[in-house]
Write a protein that binds this ligand. Structure first.
Ligand code: PLP
Length: 276
């Protein structure tokens, strides 16, 4: 029976981030994507002007409807919006035994808050997941600590693995700490009873279409893992995927706003050209 990857995330009408980016990523990689919406946002490359969080029961019902009828092997969570929705997501996933990959979104890429209230809901949801994919500011929020360099990243991601027993990996996205035009992404994971780290360093790609890279990386990780990879292989493939799509869409303008960042052009992805 066909496997389904379920995205639980907010809607971005421009198609750059949120459920739209998740579904495009899944489709271009070649897995079946389903989506349960948590919040509706009004936004474009100038910013987020409105966020409407859906009633928690509606979010719960969407998730249950998919779980009851599909063979869901992977769930990818993005923006939950508030504590009540985080609780509804947790409840709906109570009996789910597959992979739960959580991108703990708190801010839009244009700087507006995408989480109402405190961190409690996010922390309780994180405790149920198998993989977290924070960027560095999100890792700092989850850890309650200042993160300066790669050593801090490894240390605090390792503490999260100690704190949450169901957690098997923390993929830390380095895009927010661009220094010397190089980016380092880290995977801190459990293997053979030990905590290991893998770091992938790559040049920062200059592009006008970077909106949604966080959502895309987390969805790509879920998709490649669904196709049979292990954590390390899925990490390598998902970083390659983001690099490839960024390169393949770097020259195209997609938004009228000259200062704005457009979404990535997932439909341009051609497998097998990861390093071109
Ligand atoms: N989810 C939604 C609905 C968003 O609008 C955004 C950013 O604006 C994000 C997630 C996070 O986007 P990014 O992948 O750029 O961090």
């Amino acid at each position: 029976m066909q496997a389904t990857v379920l995205s639980i995330a907010g809607s971005d009408p421009t198609g750059g981030a949120g459920i739209q980016a998740d579904l495009k990523t899944m489709t271009s990689i070649g897995v079946y994507g389903a989506a349960a919406v948590t919040c509706i946002t009004i936004q474009n490359s100038r910013g987020v002007t409105e966020v409407e969080c859906l009633p928690p029961g509606l979010v719960h019902g969407q998730i249950k409807a998919v779980l009851d009828d599909h063979r869901v092997t992977h769930v990818k969570i993005g923006m939950v919006g508030n504590t009540a929705i985080a609780g509804a997501v947790r409840d709906a996933l109570a009996g789910f035994r597959g992979e739960i990959i959580y991108d703990p979104v708190m801010l839009s890429s244009t700087g507006q808050p995408l989480l109402q209230g405190d961190m409690q809901g996010i922390l309780e949801l994180a405790a149920r997941c198998t993989v977290l994919t924070p960027n560095i500011p999100e890792l700092a929020q989850l850890s309650g600590a200042k993160i300066v360099g790669g050593q801090d990243v490894r240390h605090h991601a390792g503490l999260l693995l100690e704190r949450y027993r169901s957690l098997r990996g923390v993929l830390v996205k380095g895009g927010h700490a661009v220094r010397d035009t190089a980016i380092a992404d880290h995977l801190i994971y459990r293997a053979d009873g030990a905590v290991r780290t893998m770091t992938l360093s790559h040049p920062a790609i200059k592009s006008g279409n970077t909106h949604g890279t966080g959502c895309t990386l987390a969805s790509a990780f879920a998709s490649f893992h669904c196709l049979g990879g292990d954590y390390v292989r899925s990490f390598q493939q998902s970083v390659d995927y983001v690099q490839t799509v960024l390169k393949q869409s770097a020259e195209t303008r997609i938004v009228r706003n000259p200062e704005g960042q457009g979404g990535m052009l997932h439909h341009c992805y051609r497998p097998g050209h990861e390093n071109s």
